[in-house]
Design a binder for this molecule. Structure first.
Ligand code: SF4
Length: 326
């Protein structure tokens, strides 16, 4: 068993408001091994993007880490000075966001941005950095890479721009990449190509990936493990095949209904009634209880703790009841 590269332990993210703190990420824990792809999935507002932002120190105030820890190779990175975190962010953890223009400066050529990032983090001279920039663009599948170094971000299509962002995220050879909805803004035909590029390069380089998405199809294609989030908490985490084929938590089982089944033979899953609660109205006990067809008294009174069921961990009082044969 390889050791955890990234360890997130009981992470809490809160927003200060006049009426007191609102908890958006509630005691989230997971490990990431070198080279592993962990999918973080859930509806909008489940806390998955905030979890990613907290890990890389990019929470926008008034959001802040209010508890727990994040460790990279055994060293805490959640409580280090801003400048030290900035270095971790560029060098050891790379980022790919939904909108490539968030990561790219429109005023500089792609070549200038790549070589600057490379030279900031790696001991290379200008010519070597430029060559590495060309190699990176070739690796992410950009035609005429040497020529395209002179292009500005707006001169690329959406898909090509996201390839540039992946090149930029990998430029300093990070140990972890956090990709937050990396394909959501792209045409469906381009999405699979971008995911394939990200997956191939990270596998080749042994880079671990946290893939934040609401798209179970992307998770099924890409992730080794998946963590399902609901109302700021992880409700189920396990190997992707188990969570997709034999989900246990009632919320996960409902979410799986969102993957189209080409054979049409899959069990028809219940539509989940209602919507995820707002941060200021998260119910006591299991946050899913008002929407759960199986809720019992204990679900309204006590928060379910994570329990190991097979190869997954599940936070549901009745988890054992829902185990189905693979
Ligand atoms: Fe449903 Fe209870 Fe399980 Fe929550 S703990 S998912 S309410 S059965």
């Amino acid at each position: 068993m390889s050791e955890a590269l990234l360890k997130v332990q009981d992470l809490v993210v809160e927003f200060e408001t006049r009426r007191g703190p609102l908890r958006a990420v509630d005691r989230v824990s997971f490990d990431l091994k070198p080279g592993e792809v962990l999918g973080l999935v859930g509806e909008s507002g489940a806390g998955k993007s905030l979890t990613g932002a907290a890990i890389i120190g990019l929470l926008e105030p008034p959001g802040h880490i209010a508890g727990g820890s994040v460790s990279l190779k055994g060293e805490r990175i959640d409580n280090i000075p801003r400048e030290a975190m900035r270095k971790v962010r560029g060098k050891r953890i790379g980022m790919v966001f939904q909108d490539p223009l968030t990561s790219l400066n429109p005023l500089y050529t792609v070549g200038e941005q790549l070589t600057e990032t490379i030279r900031t983090h790696l001991p290379l001279n200008q010519a070597e950095a430029r060559q590495r920039a060309v190699d990176l663009l070739v690796e992410v599948g950009i035609p005429a890479a040497e020529k395209r170094l002179e292009s500005y971000p707006h001169e690329f299509s959406g898909g090509m721009r996201q390839r540039v962002v992946i090149a930029l995220a990998l430029a300093a050879e990070p140990e972890v990449v956090i990709a937050d909805e990396p394909t959501t803004a792209l045409d469906v035909s381009v999405q699979a190509q971008i995911i394939a590029v990200l997956k191939r390069l990270c596998a080749e380089k042994g880079t671990a990936v946290i893939l934040v998405t609401h798209d179970m199809g992307v998770i099924a294609e890409t992730a080794d493990r998946v963590a399902v989030m609901y109302a700021g908490r992880i409700v189920e985490i396990g190997p992707v095949r188990d969570v997709i084929k034999t989900p246990i938590h009632p919320y996960t089982r409902g979410l799986m209904g969102s993957i189209p089944d080409p054979s049409g033979e899959a069990e028809r899953l219940l539509q989940i009634p209602g919507a995820m609660p707002r941060l200021n109205a998260i119910p006591a006990g299991c946050a899913f209880n008002p929407r759960c067809a199986f809720a019992e008294d204990i679900c309204r009174a006590e928060r379910p703790q994570m329990r190991r069921i097979g190869a997954s961990d599940v936070a549901c009082h009745l988890a054992e009841t829902f185990v189905r044969p693979a």
